[in-house]
Design a protein around this ligand. Structure first.
Ligand code: CS2
Ligand code: MN
Length: 368
């Protein structure tokens, strides 16, 4: 029987508006997706801190199999001589995470920024708000202006946009001036060649998150963007532990990405599935929507169907949600819309399982 493992991103005690006790009440969630958000990229994660999260999660019966993210230090992406010391810390962190049973590490290789949007709380017309990408605005604003506006209007730190990191913005842009896409590929290869063997030895699958959006931003190179590049990535170090976080929200911003097809092609290397819908506009803008297929441009039904077809038994989480019912939360990471998203995903998944396995299968209760 096909069995996916539904998980839910949680930013940690005192750092998330959603308590674990609420996550517990979302049907079928068996684990939290977590990170030590208080640490900077490049720092080694101490075992005591990791154990604290494990204990907290266990009180609610949650596993902590998936970490998102162990961030990669910029010196690694830049290919600076100092990278070796950071790669060493990264592998030490992997060993610590293996000790508590972590199975998957999600990370990304995007220069300077993690995801980019022009607005964090754009009105959708029904009273809800969502993350919005306005092409013209992004093309006309300077990165520091954009960052300042986010920091002013948002009381939560957004991962990848931490004030400490962003203080170094101009310095970083200067450093990336000489880094081409090909250099970034080389630097990723160098990183993977050193990290994958350690991860494999410790039973941890590495799952790179695609670039969001999947095209170059502010002149910075971006490489994890489409089918061809994903295939190149998987061949850089051709090992089952060198895999993907397949994010339909990131890859889906480019209409040329055939998501169900990519799931069928890369299925055995997808260790972690992020499902999100978004609506693309002809002018290059896009807005994040509810998970429902007809609300956006991503055919979420076909995406889930592709996972079912390949017998996917990895981890899956709803990605960003809208902000609904006046919820005050981190941009994209409220409780309500992500919980609705989960129920939509279960609705599709359970029907597919039922159609295949017949009425003898009702559904698997994922936790007690
Ligand atoms: C985002 C990212 O789409 C997403 O999941 O919220 O911030 C993601 O967590 C990172 O790119 C993973 O490294
Ligand atoms: Mn994602």
């Amino acid at each position: 029987m096909t069995r996916v493992k539904m998980v839910f991103r949680w930013f940690g005690e005192g750092n998330d508006t959603v308590p674990l006790s609420y996550i517990k009440q979302i049907p079928g969630v068996e684990g939290i997706v977590w990170a030590l958000h208080e640490l900077s990229p490049g720092e080694e994660w101490p075992l005591e801190k990791i154990l604290k999260v494990k204990n907290m999660a266990e009180q609610y019966g949650f596993q902590i199999d998936v970490v998102e993210s162990v961030n990669v230090h910029e010196d690694i992406k830049l290919g600076l001589p100092t990278r070796d010391q950071y790669i060493h810390k990264y592998t030490e962190t992997i060993k610590h995470l293996a000790k508590v049973g972590v199975k998957v590490i999600c990370y990304n290789f995007m220069p300077v920024f993690d995801w980019i949007r022009s607005d964090l709380f754009k009105e959708l017309g029904d009273g809800s708000t969502a993350l919005f990408y306005e092409k013209a605005k992004i093309e006309s604003i300077t990165p520091d202006k954009l960052v300042t506006s986010f920091l002013e209007n948002n009381e939560f730190t957004v991962p990848g946009w931490e004030p400490e990191r962003l203080q170094r913005l101009s310095e970083l842009f200067e450093a990336y001036k000489n880094v081409s896409e090909e250099n970034l590929w080389d630097n990723l290869k160098y990183f993977l060649e050193r990290v994958i063997p350690v991860a494999a030895q410790h039973g941890i699958r590495m799952a790179i998150h695609p670039d969001d959006p999947p095209w170059p931003i502010f002149g910075l190179p971006r490489i994890i963007t489409n089918r061809e590049n994903i295939s190149r990535l998987l061949h850089l170090v051709d090992h089952p532990y060198n895999g993907l976080t397949f994010c339909t929200g990131s890859l889906g911003a480019n209409p040329n990405n055939d998501l169900p097809e990519m799931i069928r092609e890369f299925g055995d290397r997808i260790h972690f599935a992020h499902i999100r819908n978004l609506k693309r506009f002809d002018n290059g803008d896009f807005i994040e929507t509810s998970h429902r297929t007809c609300d956006g441009s991503v055919d979420v039904y076909e995406v889930v169907k592709a996972y079912h077809e390949i017998g996917f038994s990895g981890y899956i989480r709803p990605d960003h949600g809208r902000h609904i019912w006046n919820e005050e939360c981190r941009p994209g990471y409220g409780l309500y819309d992500r919980a609705l998203g989960i129920m939509y995903l279960w609705g599709i998944w359970d029907s597919l399982v039922r159609m295949k396995e017949g009425s003898r299968h009702v559904c698997t209760k994922q936790q007690s």
